[in-house]
Design a protein around this ligand. Structure first.
Ligand code: SAM
Ligand code: SF4
Length: 330
């Protein structure tokens, strides 16, 4: 069992398989001038499988594939299928921008990839294009409709709330939950945009988002939050689906954190806000045994910060700047 010094059991690994992306969401990546990681610096699929096998023996049960845009990594389906066969892995999930994945959906569901999070920050084509700096609106909507129509899929839509861009989308997004059991999650914007500017001022925090929704809908009911959930969850009376608010910036969910992150290059992160603990790829390429890899991960987990504020403070103390979410894996 992987347990930190606050008795939190770590059973969920988020793997960023690539830093590449075909969108340029304003809150995540700069418009130009991105130096992508070289192929040889990426963890290979064999290396990823090895780490998951080591961790599955220690109680990791859930894997999320993310990025960058995970489907840009060549043969991602191959990796997902192999991970699904690792003993102990019970849940597979993916976070995607839904631009190129529609053709893989039916092939991957039988392997247990039924938990799909799709990012969409606006239901308005123009606003979508402004936010993502790309013309992929119709493709994304088609894919969301495709996922929505499949009863095997647990669909969540992720929306980063940005004062200057998509406040008018909050209510229409909640309305999507009227006739469908999907969940829409509104995420507080974090300063992980690759610009190095950390002086983020959060205007639309979780309280303001909730207030905005309750001003419009008469009956907003609090519903139970799943174990280890990062969102506060609600449902409009008589609606089939639900909505959640993720206080990613105000960080009130850290107490129940059960996550470990691995970046495309193999940096192990025990918190979104930390600078990374050690590089597992370098260790494996230097000849480390499985036992040594496990010891290093256990050690990293032992020093997992109490919360994102503590991790952030330590990172700043080490003069390390925040990466883009595409490099960390959101
Ligand atoms: N490309 C995929 C996507 O967009 O769903 C997966 C990777 S993306 C980095 C994962 C999640 O991180 C997305 O839901 C995105 O909205 C979120 N994200 C990225 N940058 C963020 C930021 N600065 N603040 C809050 N959420 C962010
Ligand atoms: Fe790409 Fe996802 Fe970042 Fe948008 S949020 S730029 S889709 S990695």
């Amino acid at each position: 069992m992987l347990q930190d010094s606050f008795n939190r059991q770590i059973d969920y690994l988020r793997i960023a398989v690539t830093d590449k992306c075909n969108l340029r969401c304003q809150y995540c990546m700069p418009a130009n001038g991105i130096d992508y990681i070289k192929q040889s610096e990426l963890l290979s699929y064999e290396e990823i499988e090895r780490i998951v096998s080591v961790l599955a023996k220690e109680g990791v049960r859930k894997i999320r594939f993310t990025g960058g845009e995970p489907f840009l990594r060549k043969d991602l389906s191959y990796l997902i299928k192999s991970i699904s066969k690792i003993e102990g892995i019970e849940k597979l999930a993916i976070t995607t921008n839904a631009t190129i994945c529609i053709k893989y959906v039916d092939d991957l569901i039988p392997y247990g990839l039924t938990d799909w999070n799709v990012s969409i920050d606006s239901l308005d084509k123009k606003r979508f294009e402004t936010i993502t700096r790309r013309d992929e609106y119709e493709t994304v909507i088609d894919c969301i409709n495709y996922l929505k129509a499949d009863p095997r899929i647990k669909l969540k839509l992720n929306t980063v709330v940005m004062k200057q861009h998509n406040i008018d989308d909050i209510i229409p997004l909640v309305e999507l939950t009227q006739n469908h059991s999907l969940s829409v999650r509104f995420i507080e914007e974090m300063p992980f945009n690759g610009s190095g500017n950390e002086q983020a001022e959060l205007v639309w925090d979780h309280k303001k988002i909730l207030w905005h929704i309750t001003e419009y809908f008469n009956h907003v009911n609090k519903i139970p939050d799943p174990q280890n959930s990062t969102s506060f969850n609600y449902q409009i009376q008589d609606f089939k689906g639900s909505f959640g608010i993720i206080p990613a910036f105000t960080r009130s969910f850290c107490g129940t954190c059960n996550r470990l992150r691995m970046t495309p290059t193999g940096l192990i992160k025990t918190c979104l806000y930390d600078k990374g603990t050690f590089n597992v790829k370098n260790m494996m390429r230097a000849g480390a045994t499985d036992a040594e890899v496990l010891t290093a991960i256990q050690e990293a987990i032992r020093y997992k910060s109490k919360d994102g504020f503590e991790a952030d403070k330590k990172r700043r103390g080490g003069n390390s700047t925040l990466l883009s979410m595409a490099q960390i894996g959101g």
